[in-house]
Design a protein around this ligand. Structure first.
Ligand code: SAH
Ligand code: SF4
Ligand code: F3S
Length: 439
C-alpha cells in the first residue's frame, strides 16, 4: 500500500483542504502515516500570509532531502502563488498544485510517479469546483469544517490572501444545509462555518439568502455547537448579531479581527471602519450577548504606525476586553500595496511594541479566564493533553480551552468527542481548569 504524510500550515481553510486531500487519497488506495520517513509521498499544504510561514516550509523541504526520496508535493497558497517558480527554488519537489485544483492531487501524484517527471498544475479562480464537495477524512469525528465561501473580495492593503485564493464565491445555500444535515446524522457535534469573510456570504448570488439566514438554517439542523470564522467588522450585520443571540446552538464566542486600533492606520489598511465604529460594534454585540468571548487579530508595525497609533491599539485591547488575540508583526508581502508604502517601521521598534501588546493581551486573556472560575461549563472533550496523558483537553462554549483530570477508572479515549459539564475552579492565561461533574 502507498503511504502519504500530510503537513499543514496556515489557516482553517488549509486545514479543511487537507481533510479533503486525505479523503481523496484514502479513496484512491493511499494510507496516511504520521512518520515522514516511512511515507511514499509527503504533501505540504502551505501558507504565505507572513514571511515566517514561508521560512518554515523551506527548512522542512530541505531536511527531507535526507529521506528515502519520497514524492514531494507542495500545494496550498505558496503552490498557487509560485507555481513553476517553486521548482527552481526547490528542485526536488515532484508536484506543485494550487488552491483551485486540490481535486487533481491524486492524479498528479500518480503521473509524477509513473513518468518520474515533475508535475506543475496551477489553475485560476474561474474553476467552478469547491474542495468542500470532495470526500473528507476529518481530523476529529466530532468536528467538521464547513466552507460557505472561498476567496476574498476585500483589498486589505497588507494581505496576500485574495491573490492566492481568488475572488469570493459563495457555495449554494441548499448544498451547505444538506451537508450540515448529513454531518449531524453522522454524529458530528460541532460545525465551524468557514470563509475569509463569512459575513458577506451570498453577496455574489443574486437573491440568495445572506449570512444571518444561513446561520439560522444551519443552527436548525440540530447541531449542538455552531461557530464560524472569520468575520470582517465592516460586514457584521445586526441581523447576524440577532441570529447569534437567538440560537442556542451558536457558541458564545466571536472572532472579530480589528487589525489596528488607530483609525488612521485602519484607513491605510483599507479596512473601512474606524476605531469608534469597531468599539460601537463591540458594544452592540455585548448588549445582545453579555457573556460573549471576543477574540481578535492585531498587526503591529504597519507602515506609518506611530507611537500614538500604537497607543490607540493598546486602548482598543483594554476597552474591548478581548478573551484572546493573535498578534502579528507586520510582514511585507510582495505585490501588496502596503509593501510599497513609505514609513516601514524599523524591526526593533515594531518588536518593542509587539512585546507591549502581548503583555496587554495576556492581561486581558487572564481577566477573561478569571470570570469563568466558579461557573459550570459545557465542554467538548478533544482528547488527552499531549504533555500530560492524565489531563483531558476540551473547549467550552466560549471556545476557551479547558483542562480536566481524566476521571478515575476511565481512560482518556472514552471521553473524546463527548460533551461534559465541568466545574471550573482555576484560571490561567490561555485556559481554565476544573473537574468533570459526575452525577
Ligand atoms: N480573512 C481572515 C484571515 C486573514 S489572514 C480575516 O480577514 O480575518 C489572518 C490574519 O493574518 C489577519 O487577520 C491578519 O491579522 C494577519 N495578516 C495578514 N496579512 C499579514 C501581513 N502581511 N503581515 C502580518 N500579518 C498579516
Ligand atoms: Fe485578507 Fe482582508 Fe480578505 Fe481577510 S478580509 S483575507 S485580511 S484581504
Ligand atoms: Fe495562509 Fe492561505 Fe490561509 S496564505 S492564512 S493558508 S488562505
Amino acid at each position: 500500500m502507498k503511504t502519504y504524510h500530510l503537513k499543514t500550515f496556515g489557516c482553517q481553510m488549509n486545514k479543511h483542504d487537507s481533510e479533503r486531500i486525505a479523503g481523496m487519497l484514502d479513496m484512491h488506495g493511499w494510507q496516511a502515516t504520521t512518520e515522514p520517513h516511512e511515507a511514499d509521498a509527503i504533501i505540504f499544504m502551505t501558507c504565505c500570509v507572513r514571511e515566517k510561514a514561508e521560512e518554515r516550509l523551506q527548512g522542512q523541504v530541505a531536511s527531507l532531502k535526507a529521506l528515502n526520496r519520497p514524492l514531494i508535493a507542495v500545494g496550498g497558497c505558496i503552490g498557487q502563488r509560485d507555481g513553476e517558480k517553486l521548482r527552481a527554488q526547490l528542485p526536488h519537489v515532484d508536484v506543485v498544485f494550487g488552491t483551485h485544483n486540490v481535486a487533481r492531487l491524486p492524479l498528479l501524484l500518480e503521473r509524477a510517479r509513473e513518468t518520474a517527471r515533475a508535475q506543475v498544475e496551477v489553475l485560476d479562480d474561474t474553476v467552478e469546483d469547491f474542495a468542500a464537495d470532495l470526500p473528507a477524512t476529518p481530523e476529529h469525528a466530532f468536528h467538521a469544517w464547513l466552507p460557505i465561501t472561498v476567496g476574498c473580495d476585500n483589498h486589505c492593503t497588507y494581505c496576500i490572501v485574495p491573490t492566492v485564493r481568488g475572488r469570493e464565491k459563495s457555495r449554494p445555500f441548499e448544498r451547505i444545509i444538506e451537508q450540515a444535515e448529513n454531518l449531524v446524522a453522522d454524529g458530528v457535534c460541532e460545525i465551524t462555518l468557514l470563509g475569509q469573510n463569512v459575513n458577506s456570504y451570498g453577496r455574489d448570488r443574486y437573491g440568495a439568502p445572506r449570512f444571518a439566514e444561513l446561520l439560522t438554517a444551519v443552527a436548525a439542523t440540530g447541531i449542538s455547537r455552531l461557530g464560524f470564522a472569520t468575520s470582517h467588522p465592516k460586514d457584521l450585520s445586526d441581523e447576524t448579531i440577532q441570529a447569534m443571540a437567538s440560537s442556542s446552538a451558536l457558541l458564545d464566542y466571536l472572532h472579530l479581527p480589528v487589525q489596528s486600533g488607530s483609525t488612521r492606520i485602519l484607513t491605510a489598511m483599507n479596512r473601512r471602519y474606524t476605531k469608534d465604529e469597531y468599539l460601537a460594534l463591540v458594544a452592540r454585540i455585548r448588549e445582545a450577548m453579555p457573556t460573549i468571548a471576543l477574540t481578535t487579530d492585531i498587526i503591529v508595525g504597519f507602515p506609518g504606525e506611530t507611537d500614538a497609533d500604537f497607543a490607540d491599539t493598546l486602548n482598543v485591547v483594554r476597552t474591548a476586553q478581548f478573551a484572546g488575540a493573535f498578534t502579528f508583526l507586520y510582514s511585507p508581502r510582495e505585490g501588496t500595496p502596503a509593501a510599497a508604502m513609505d514609513g516601514q517601521v524599523p524591526a526593533d521598534l515594531a518588536q518593542e511594541r509587539f512585546d507591549l501588546l502581548v503583555e496587554e493581551v495576556q492581561r486581558s486573556a487572564r481577566a477573561f479566564s478569571e470570570t469563568l472560575v466558579g461557573t459550570r461549563a459545557s465542554v467538548l472533550i478533544e482528547g488527552a493533553s499531549k504533555r500530560d496523558a492524565g489531563i483531558l483537553v476540551g473547549k467550552d462554549r466560549h471556545y476557551r480551552t479547558v483542562h480536566v483530570p481524566v476521571p478515575p477508572q476511565s481512560t482518556a479515549n472514552v471521553w473524546e468527542g463527548r460533551e461534559v459539564e465541568v466545574d471550573v475552579d482555576a484560571a490561567s492565561t490561555w485556559y481554565v481548569s476544573g473537574k468533570i461533574v459526575t452525577r
